[in-house]
Design a protein around this ligand. Sequence first.
Ligand code: 13P
Length: 250
Amino acid sequence: MRRKVIAGNWKMNMLPNEAISMITNLAPMVKEADCEVVLCVPYTDLFYSLLTAQGTNIKIGAQNMHFEEKGAYTGEVSGKMLKAIGVEYVIIGHSERRQYFAETDEMVNKKIKAAFANELKPIVCVGETLEERESGKAFDIITNQTQKALDGLTNEQVTNTIIAYEPIWAIGAGKTATSQDANEACKKIREKIAEIYGQNVADRVIIQYGGSMKPENAKELLEMTDIDGGLIGGASLKAETFEKIVNYNK
Ligand code: 13P
């Protein structure tokens, strides 16, 4: 049985005082949650968020990291640095990073390896554009991205990787994939993992859906057979809406 992971991605939002107050409000609302609750916050909120979340069941993640451990990479933050302050999760290869910061599949793969080297849990994003979906290429794109991202990992590392299926056309668009379409895509990703790493590994990998998930559609999406959680942007910025997604089954 896969335990669901519901993660917020605040993107470039929230000042430290807002982070502290959001997490303080959220903590009592989600303390009985059946799922893993994660908030991936901007670098500048990490330390405040970690302190505020101490003693709660809320885990803190970053939204990116560099694959090198240290060195002359002005403006970058390494996995070792994240681990040193107590961060547990890191989003890797979000479509906004691939699109606006030219992240390639190769960089994504290096970052995942660096995350594991530093005992961070990677949440790896894959997803197709609208054009790719309309031309019938969606499954090829996402299974390819998955294969390249996981290349060279051990079975154990693959088992511990979280994949987030985020169709680019559904992100921040108010437009959600139907639960059937989202489930089918997650299933294809799982089949690809089974083909390469075996059914046993594939059955244990957490595959999230992300893209305009909100309280109104969370339950239907999260009850699908192959959707093991959510990666939530806009609706994770307020405790009241994020809480409803986390507690979708209450
Ligand atoms: P929205 O939930 O705002 O559509 O964002 C999804 C996302 O990109 C999460 O990583």
